[in-house]
Write a protein that binds this ligand. Structure first.
Ligand code: GDP
Ligand code: IMO
Ligand code: MG
Length: 428
């Protein structure tokens, strides 16, 4: 009987997919509100594993209706591939709906993402090259193509012809690459629209009805708050607003319908792509986190940069989103660490700072000041209750909770369903 937003609280890959899959067993709807195929939400169920890029991670539950919201940018080819992969795993995908207002990722977006990245040289952002930035640029430039546009073949051709003429000038005159064919793109995308037609609906109407009926709805964020286009480590961010404030805009639900905002943190921190990360480890401990935590990108396979839990950005993000509670993921990855560290403030020149500077050069020069706590050197993998956690793991979590000034509701100790300790009733 609630609407809950689930938000990544670091630089993405916190384990949102696992928590959404788990909470979806008590939920009627799961709705993605932003991002696109740049996301990779991995869910382990039994002996199977699936990485969701566009489809909400609730689809594995037969009773859940899943929606790709208006705030998402959709590459229809990627979506169709994902649907097919799920079908092959025996998952019923008939309950997936797509907002007719969602913008479409077009072939020129993917090409421009690559060309722009190449042009940035050493300043490259490290995007996942799925066309996400260029698609959002078109949305805000008011030249984007929306899912509903694909359904009217002639209208789509007129719109595409006008946009493509401009894109082809950029591709050929600025980047010296061959122009794209209107006919080919038109035929290809009309084909996708045929396959997706029955799913493309006014999801805002569906959601309002569900909300009025008191159904329970999870709003699924992608990426993380530190990649948010306004509050992240700009310009090393993604091109959408990833935080709870956008969960309403990206779905069409009223802001005040959201009763609970759950923040997802790892028990340490990771980042893929470029940009500063004050607690990044370049030593054996960083390597250990990467190996034990399998910190390799779900979407690109890239190595994730690893570091200690950073409360400075953590608290900033908790306030920004107004987290009602948080989940601490992958505690088990720290199991064999002799000691664990928490960054409580930054040294910035000759002063100490407890909030991240907006200026990127300043942020890049921040040095972490750590609190060191004893490790627990015991496996937490099979622990199911707070009381069974090693005392030092409890101390570590309590310290994080107090520094974040937000209650911990969930502690995750393994990738599988059920490998989660529930500390508070989330009331969904
Ligand atoms: P998301 O993008 O936030 O959904 O996160 P990803 O799926 O990209 O990355 C999280 C990875 O950690 C996935 O491979 C999960 O299966 C895995 N995972 C999630 N929770 C836990 C946990 O508590 N312990 C361990 N060891 N792995 C976890
Ligand atoms: P999930 O939902 C981690 C990063 C990219 C790059 C920056 C911009 O799985 O947590 P983009 O392609 O979005 O223009 O790239 O954002 N990035 C992610 N990092 N998890 C993600 O998603 C990400 N999606 C984008 O690596 O640094
Ligand atoms: Mg991910």
């Amino acid at each position: 009987m609630s609407v809950m937003a689930i938000v990544g609280a670091q630089w993405g890959d916190e384990g949102k997919g696992k928590i959404i899959d788990e909470l979806a067993s008590h939920t009627d709807f799961v709705v993605r509100y932003q991002g696109g195929g740049n996301a990779g939400h991995r869910v382990v169920f039994g002996d199977k594993e699936f990485a969701f890029h566009l489809i909400p991670a609730g689809i594995l539950h037969p009773h859940v209706t899943c929606i790709v919201g208006n705030g998402v940018v959709i590459d229809p080819r990627g979506l169709i591939t994902e649907l097919e992969q799920l079908r092959q795993l025996g998952v019923d995908t008939n309950r997936l709906y797509i907002s007719e207002r969602a913008h479409v990722v077009m072939p020129y977006h993917v090409i421009l993402d690559r060309l722009e990245e190449e042009g940035r040289g050493l300043e490259k952002i490290g995007t996942v090259l799925r066309g996400i930035g260029p698609a959002y640029v078109d949305k805000y430039s008011r030249v984007g193509i929306r899912m509903a546009d694909l359904l009217d073949v002639d209208h789509f051709r007129t719109k595409l012809a006008s946009v493509l003429a401009h894109k082809n000038r950029m591709i050929s005159q600025i980047y010296g690459q061959p122009p794209l064919s209107l006919e080919e793109i038109h035929t290809e995308y009309v084909g996708y629209a045929q396959q997706l037609r029955s799913r493309i609906v006014d999801t805002q109407v569906m959601l309002h009805k569900a909300y009025k009926e008191g159904r329970s709805i999870l709003l699924e964020g992608a990426q993380g708050a530190l990649l948010d286009v306004d509050f992240g480590t700009y310009p090393f961010v993604t091109s959408s607003s990833t935080i709870a404030g956008n969960a309403a805009t990206g779905t069409g639900l009223p802001p005040r319908s959201i009763q609970h905002v759950l923040g997802i943190y790892k028990a340490y921190i990771t980042r893929v792509g470029s940009g500063p990360m004050p607690t990044e480890l370049f030593d054996e401990e960083g390597e250990q986190l990467r190996e034990v935590g399998h910190e390799y990108g779900t979407t690109t396979g890239r190595t994730r940069r690893c570091g200690w839990f950073d409360v400075v950005v953590g608290r900033f993000v908790a306030r920004l989103n107004g987290f009602d509670s948080v989940a601490i993921m992958k505690l088990d990855v720290l199991d064999q660490m002799p000691t664990v560290k928490i960054c409580t403030s930054y040294r910035l020149g000759n002063r100490e700072s407890t909030s991240p500077p907006a200026d990127l050069a300043e942020f890049a020069s921040c040095e972490p000041i750590y609190e060191e706590l004893p490790g627990w050197r015991t496996s937490t993998r099979s622990v199911t209750s707070w009381n069974d956690l090693p005392e030092n793991a409890q101390l570590y979590l309590k310290r994080i909770e107090s520094l974040l000034e937000t209650p911990i509701a969930l502690v995750s100790v393994g990738p599988g369903r059920g490998e989660t300790i529930h500390l508070r009733d989330l009331n969904i």
